[in-house]
Design a protein around this ligand. Sequence first.
Ligand SMILES: NC(=O)c1ccc[n+]([C@@H]2O[C@H](COP(=O)([O-])OP(=O)(O)OC[C@H]3O[C@@H](n4cnc5c(N)ncnc54)[C@H](O)[C@@H]3O)[C@@H](O)[C@H]2O)c1
Length: 296
Amino acid sequence: MLVTGGAGFVGSNVVDALVARGDEPVALDDLSSGDRGNLAPGVPLRVADVADEPALFDAVRGEVFDAVVHCAAKTKVVESMEKAALYRRVIVDGTRAVIRLAEERGVRMLVNVSTGGAMYGETPACATEATPARPDSNYGRFKLEAERLVGAARVPAITLRLANVYGKRQRQDLEGGVIAIFLGCWRRGAPLTVFGDGTAQRDYVHVDDVAAAALSALAGRWRGLYNVGTGIATSVNEIVAAMSEVLGPPAGVAHAPPRPVEIQRACLDASRAARDGLWSPAIALRRGLELTAATA
Ligand SMILES: NC(=O)c1ccc[n+]([C@@H]2O[C@H](COP(=O)([O-])OP(=O)(O)OC[C@H]3O[C@@H](n4cnc5c(N)ncnc54)[C@H](O)[C@@H]3O)[C@@H](O)[C@H]2O)c1
């Protein structure tokens, strides 16, 4: 099993879940935001840029794997507007190269990790897979392009559109990680900064649930697009309240002006995954926060 982006937040948790069930995954990563230390001892790491196709093929020459979980990506929404060429290269060209590798190996399954949060725009009702994609960032647009390439792959393939993922090893300096950022503040005894009035809502899904979705998808019975979220929109204020129940009161809450182009409500309806027997979330927010506080 090959996990691209395997030294990153989501990828390393997928690697852990594979190891826990007795698989022998190989991680591939360029370590641009990932860290070797995220990998359990004994998990092989191949260092390569997925967008450099010859280097990618070279890095796994002679390697045996029958499936790929593709997590490698640049993931910062705002940065994607400033560095469009880099984001296109890593997300679009990188996914194309990973597909070619999967085809060359004749894998039985390619699991592509994509985004729901950056795909549907405002979702007054939680978005289903039938909701038209309306990405408003380069990150989302390139992810959509990558999904289309995956949809045309000559190997069995599935795309998982993730909601806002949280849990162990999430970095505080990457976007979307409000829980990781707040947890860092709690630990330092620093006040939290809430942008706007704190009513912006997101769908927070625990990384163990995401890893479970990827493992289920590897079984290979499902194709196409699936949302991976909880169907519950939680505001920043509600996150502060829930974290306060787990960690005690914060050192303070400061308010800052709302960030431009901030979506008010992003939520994913994952009932297709549940209906089709692929996956449903098992970790409620309170439990997920407890797990995160205990392990991060
Ligand atoms: N974290 C979230 O809330 C979230 C939400 C929706 C989708 N996703 C998707 O999940 C996947 C993993 O994201 P993450 O949150 O774990 O971020 P991350 O930055 O921790 O993981 C991405 C990994 O890819 C690696 N990488 C980047 N460019 C590479 C390249 N050119 N070649 C090889 N490796 C490269 C990085 O070093 C890193 O280890 C991404 O595809 C992202 O779009 C994440």
